[in-house]
Design a protein. Structure first.
Length: 206
């Protein structure tokens, strides 16, 4: 279940990624759907059919890696099914991770499905991004482990539908502790900032 490797082909990865894209669009559309009952009933029938088609292929083994710290290229693929950043999990917004010098960057725009305060990103979604981004940033030390604490300062509201730039960098590495700092910018302005402590542990491998 928690495999760290997979023999899935590039083609297989592409079709799976496309599936998540469709599901993500359906989630976003469902939030602002204003259709007649008859249309929604028809949609429900078609979705039920899709569930039936998928069911025989649902197993206790993921097609792709649960966790692959040695990924090359797309950093989101360290955890392809992450609820926050996985390209293969429709619950995750299409955030894009990239390394820039000593900072790990996460670029994303959130839609209505992620709304907390009116027209703003939900604070728990922001916390999720920091947790994931900072955990991956900490891996630049060559070690990894779970979050002991995650502190966030919400300085200003974080708007929906705008380009957000999350940044994370290693602040301190000592013994089994890694402290990572982060911030999120909207049009160059810091809207939130954060600090997290990660405790280095043996990696899960089952
Ligand atoms: C993508 C990278 C992923 C890296 C992860 C590697 C695994 C790979 C596998 C799969 C990928 C997973 C992907 C994760 C995605 C993002 C991360 C998350 O969301 S993690 C979930 C939320 N976090 C928890 O559920 C932790 C629950 N808590 C614990 O398990 C323990 O409390 C833990 C490990 C945090 C610490 O427990 P102790 O028993 O191992 O160690 P003690 O002795 O208590 O602490 C060690 C040192 O740290 C300090 N410490 C611990 N907690 C602290 C705190 N809250 N504040 C300040 N210091 C603290 C202590 O005072 C101690 O310091 P002194 O060595 O004595 O100097």
């Amino acid at each position: 279940m928690h495999n760290t490797n997979s023999d899935a082909s590039d083609e297989h990865r592409q079709v799976l990624k496309k599936l998540s894209g469709h599901l993500r669009n359906i989630i976003e559309q469902s939030i602002v759907l204003n259709a007649p009952d008859k249309v929604i009933t028809d949609i429900n029938k078609q979705l039920a059919t899709i569930e039936t088609i998928m069911q025989p292929y649902v197993t206790d083994k993921r097609a792709l890696e649960y966790y692959n710290p040695n990924v090359r290229g797309d950093l989101n693929d360290i955890q392809p099914y992450s609820a926050v950043s996985g390209h293969y999990n429709a619950l995750a917004a299409p955030i894009k991770f990239e390394q820039q010098q000593d900072k790990l960057i996460g670029r994303v725009k959130y839609g209505r499905a992620y709304e907390g305060p009116p027209n703003c990103v939900h604070g728990a979604i922001i916390a999720g991004v920091y947790d994931q981004l900072m955990a991956i940033a900490g891996m630049a030390t060559g070690k990894a482990g779970p979050t002991a604490y995650l502190n966030i300062d919400y300085h200003k509201p974080t708007p929906l539908f705008e380009a957000l730039e999350f940044q994370a960098w290693i602040s301190l590495e000592r013994d089994n502790k890694i402290i990572v700092k982060g911030q999120c910018l909207v049009q160059g302005e810091v809207v939130t900032s954060s600090e997290a402590l990660f405790i280095v542990k043996a990696l899960l491998n089952k």
